[in-house]
Design a protein around this ligand. Structure first.
Ligand SMILES: [Zn+2]
Length: 292
């Protein structure tokens, strides 16, 4: 079947079935703002866990498995989740944070489980495509921008501004598929909004703050959701596995700058602890975790 915007966005909710959510998967509220986890996909990572996170001792692996048992497959297989988040304001306007692995044929198809289910998840949550007024891309890895555009270049969310750090775009290698697949089509459609550094977006119900958290990539950013006393940090890939939560010094093999990534991770975790904010993570099986 040809992948067009219309047949992708028809959104088969039936495919997802009716599943009761465990308590830790229920959407979080930050005052009047609702933070909804939207699982796009889950599946094995091409590299064994011990190679993706070298040098971790057995005690830290055991602690990580207690936090996120779903990430541990047999024979050292790492099974990440691939998740996006929607922040819904009173009245229904939505900011989407990341767009997952995307449809069959997206750049993530070479290594991640595609097609993802984001369109069906949005439909099931009652979020229409044009309810999405902003898309925050934490960074330009293929498992985070997959549903930003379709393979023919059509923006999936035509009413949205796509917010990405300028240094993330300028730092892309010339041959990175993100350039042709997502940056150029969005720029051509006038929807790409490159931001510099910290950026606070106020609106009904509270504020979202885009905060640079570099290291995983040069222009990586996370999102602080402030709608009330309970705040939420949407981390992006500041941590990609529970082992980086229980042992935050742990480097991930694909961090562009491991030292900077570690500093960003420690700073974000310290902030979460201070603010008593939940963490909303892309790749853990629990969408929300709290920092002890
Ligand atoms: Zn990722």
């Amino acid at each position: 079947m040809r992948v067009s915007r219309r047949n992708v966005l028809r959104g088969s909710t039936a495919a997802l079935g009716a599943v009761a959510l465990p308590a830790w998967a229920v959407p979080r509220r930050s005052g009047a703002l609702q933070v909804l986890p939207l699982l796009d996909a889950a599946g094995p990572f091409p590299l064994p866990a011990h190679q993706a996170f070298p040098g971790v001792d057995d005690g830290d692996w055991a602690r990580a498995e207690r936090v996120d048992p779903g990430a541990f497959g047999p024979d050292d297989v790492w099974r990440p989740a691939f998740r996006c988040f929607a922040v819904r304001r009173p009245g229904g306007r939505v900011t989407l944070v990341d767009t997952g692995v995307g449809p069959a044929g997206s750049p993530a198809s070479g290594w991640a489980p595609t097609p993802g289910e984001l369109p069906a998840r949005l439909a099931r949550a009652g979020i229409g495509i044009t309810d999405v007024e902003a898309v925050v891309l934490t960074h330009l890895h293929s498992d985070h921008y997959g549903w930003s555009v379709l393979p023919d270049g059509a923006p999936v969310f035509p009413a949205a501004r796509y917010l990405v750090q300028r240094v993330e775009v300028s730092g892309l290698p010339a041959d990175d598929p993100a350039r042709s697949y997502v940056v150029e089509p969005l720029r051509g459609a006038g929807l790409l909004a490159e931001v510099d550094g910290r950026c606070r977006v106020r609106g009904r119900g509270g504020a979202l703050t885009l905060v640079p958290t570099p290291g995983h990539t040069p222009g990586h950013q996370s999102v602080l959701v402030e709608g009330g006393r309970e705040e939420v940090w949407i981390t992006g890939d500041v941590l990609v596995h529970a082992v980086q939560l229980v042992a935050p010094g742990t480097a991930y093999r694909y961090e562009a700058d491991p030292g900077q990534a570690r500093r960003s991770r420690l700073a974000l975790l310290a902030s979460a602890r201070r603010r008593r904010a939940s963490l909303a993570t892309c790749h853990l099986h629990r969408p929300f975790v709290t920092v002890g």
